[in-house]
Ligand binder design. Structure first.
Ligand SMILES: Cc1ncc(COP(=O)(O)O)c(C=O)c1O
Length: 386
């Protein structure tokens, strides 16, 4: 390479030079190669995807689509109308993007100036911290309690008495139900958060698997509420990247100005519209996932060496009881939860492992089809017998 007259790396924004990258999942093909197994033999329970995939009507809509060579409608009119019908809210409140992740990014860029404080409620979805780092916010974590409930008093204190971080925090990210444990937030706690002088970003990525209704319509009454939804989990469209935010009208006009004009892409748009037009498919697949979550939860609890947290999502978080764990998981140097993840991986079953504050030696298992649960149960019996 030609020597440069400048240190080009020093041109990168200083806060980005120091920033930790987001840890995405390892791609399926890479794992398949690493494990020496055909992709079809792998049971993928590590990223909370919907194992049933899209409605056949969504697949047909993509196959029929003859406008893939044309840029998408920047107003997203057809998609927003379809979502408006589904939510029972005017389309003016809705803005779609390449997944809920893009909406998180738009909100971060619209509201945060360098140094503004953002409240996160860890352990939770890593994208909130990632966004906060990108926009050079002052990151204010308010840890959840050991049962993963939100310490609302501590959030109030962080916003109303912000001595430690100077300016009062502007944004609070709340995943409901929360990833990675699956716990919900009740109405009273939500109202207390919304009474604070901050924007509450309520992420309902998993709401369809819960026994709570969506709070999307609350944006009519609270001008400091944003509700995020996605087609990734409910509609099995994670690979197409399509999600949306529901906003108060005062806010949304500004977000349109900074949004990239051509997301979601054309295929994602037609698939999402077709998915909403097939409500019985959505209902049935959600019911199957919830039934499977209950079946797997009972089994895991009965093993006697896993603590399973109650979940209203399409995954279950488990903490390994080291004292009760099967001998082979205790034998090695690594914590038993990591051993469990590796033992399952050797059998072609992928789960997510965490070992950080609030999530010591935990595994998160996404809910698959009944045959995936059966394979997991059989692997766990096998591991337990050793
Ligand atoms: C809480 C939460 N919100 C949002 C997302 C991402 O949604 P999308 O695929 O629409 O970007 C995830 C993905 O795992 C999630 O766990």
């Amino acid at each position: 390479m030609r020597p440069s007259a400048i240190d080009i790396e020093s041109f990168i924004a200083p806060h980005l030079r120091q920033m930790q990258p987001y840890t995405p999942i390892v791609p399926f093909e890479v794992l398949s190669k690493q494990l020496g197994r055909d992709a079809s033999e792998i049971v993928k329970l590590d990223a909370n995807e919907n194992p049933y995939g899209p409605s056949p009507q969504a697949l047909e809509a993509i196959a029929r689509c003859n406008t893939l060579h044309i840029y998408p409608d920047p107003d997203q009119s057809a998609l927003r109308e379809a979502i408006a019908g589904y939510l029972g809210l005017p389309a003016a409140h809705i803005l779609c993007g390449a997944g809920a992740d893009e909406i998180i990014d738009i909100v971060g860029r619209a509201f945060i100036q360098p140094g503004d404080a953002v409240i996160d409620l860890p352990p939770t979805f890593g994208m909130y911290r990632f966004e906060s780092d990108i926009v050079n916010a002052s990151y204010v974590p308010v840890a959840r309690r050991p049962d993963f409930s939100i310490d609302i008093d501590a959030v109030c204190a962080a916003i109303l008495k912000p001595q430690a971080h100077g300016r009062p925090p502007k944004l609070v990210f709340v995943a409901n139900p929360n990833n990675p444990d699956g716990s919900p937030v009740g109405d009273d706690d939500m109202r207390r958060l919304l009474d604070l002088p901050a924007l509450v970003v309520l992420d309902e990525a998993y709401i369809d698997f819960s026994n709570q209704p969506s709070r999307a319509h609350w944006v009519r009454n609270y001008d400091n509420l944003v509700v995020l939804r996605t087609f990734s989990k409910l509609a099995g469209l994670a690979g197409l990247r399509v999600g949306y935010g529901v906003f108060p009208l005062k806010i949304i006009q500004h977000l349109w100005k900074i949004k990239q004009p051509y997301t979601p892409n054309v295929a994602a748009g037609v698939a999402a519209i077709a998915a909403l037009a097939d409500p019985s498919y959505l209902r049935e697949t959600v019911q199957r996932i919830v039934a499977e979550r209950e079946r797997l939860g009972r089994f895991l609890q009965e093993l006697g060496w896993l603590r399973v947290y109650p979940s209203q999502t399409n995954f279950l978080l488990c903490r390994i009881d080291a004292a009760q764990a099967p001998g082979r998981l205790r034998a090695a140097d690594a914590p038993p939860g990591r051993q469990l993840k590796l033992a399952l991986q050797q059998r072609g079953i992928l789960v997510r492992y965490f070992d950080k504050d609030g999530l010591r030696d935990c595994v998160r298992i996404s809910i698959g089809k009944p045959e995936h649960t059966d394979a997991l149960m059989s692997a766990l019996r096998d591991i337990g017998a050793s």
